[in-house]
Design a protein around this ligand. Structure first.
Ligand code: ADP
Length: 203
């Protein structure tokens, strides 16, 4: 079988202001690092409104997806819906997100490796901390819920943003990084993760 070849896949990860303030930078990096992904870019940024808005406007379907996801979550819990129109609701969330993301420093990173987008999403956990699985970053380190954030008219504090698809990653990466900020290098551990024959170990 041909060696499976999406080892160069990149994904954007942001540690949001709540993650930075809660002292979780090291813990978050450790989780992505120890699963075998490679960190190829990293910086601390105080985002302005323009940057935050650009980031949350890359996916034209974002409002419908996010609004629908929220409404489904309310339905599954048997709660009254937080509004009439999911798109209108998500547009309000987008404004709350911009204010959240510009409230303090964030850590912007690019992680690379086989299936990086879905591996990072798995380790990060589902959007709503109340229901994100234990063992994931959001499940282990946050307790927020849509109900709490929607009553308080603020964005859900869930520590991380990570790209939702390869296409989204390709659009998000250039918003946060210039190409010269993305490093090309080899990690010794990649030989164990990807080498077909493991023939470089024995002397
Ligand atoms: P994800 O970050 O898991 O990709 P989305 O793209 O749907 O999720 O939403 C982006 C961010 O918007 C979430 O991470 C969260 O901070 C915030 N958010 C989403 N839905 C709501 C909501 N109903 N109320 C408040 N904030 C929300």
């Amino acid at each position: 079988m041909k060696n499976f070849d999406n080892k160069q896949e990149k994904t954007l990860v942001l540690i949001k202001p709540d993650g930075v303030q809660r002292g979780l930078i090291g813990e978050v990096i450790k989780r992505y690092e120890s699963c075998g992904l490679k960190l190829v870019a990293l910086k601390m940024v105080i985002a302005d409104k323009k940057l935050a808005l650009a980031h949350y406007s890359t996916d034209p379907d974002w409002a419908i997806k996010t609004g629908t996801k929220t409404f489904e979550s309310y339905e599954n819990k048997g709660l009254p819906l937080p509004g009439k129109d999911p798109i209108e609701f998500a547009e309000k969330v987008r404004r709350q997100l911009v204010s959240f993301m510009t409230s303090g420093p964030v850590i912007a990173m690019i992680w690379q490796g086989m299936g990086a987008v879905s591996v990072v999403r798995k380790i990060t956990g589902g959007t709503e901390p109340l229901t994100s699985a234990p063992g994931t970053i959001r499940g282990d380190y946050t307790i927020d819920s849509y109900t709490a954030s929607d009553v308080d008219q603020r964005a859900v504090r869930n520590i991380i943003h990570s790209s939702g698809s390869v296409d989204e990653a390709n659009k998000e990466v250039p918003i946060w990084f210039k190409s010269e900020e993305i490093l090309n290098y080899r990690l010794i551990s990649e030989e164990i993760i990807y080498d077909v024959n493991l023939d470089g170990i024995l002397e």
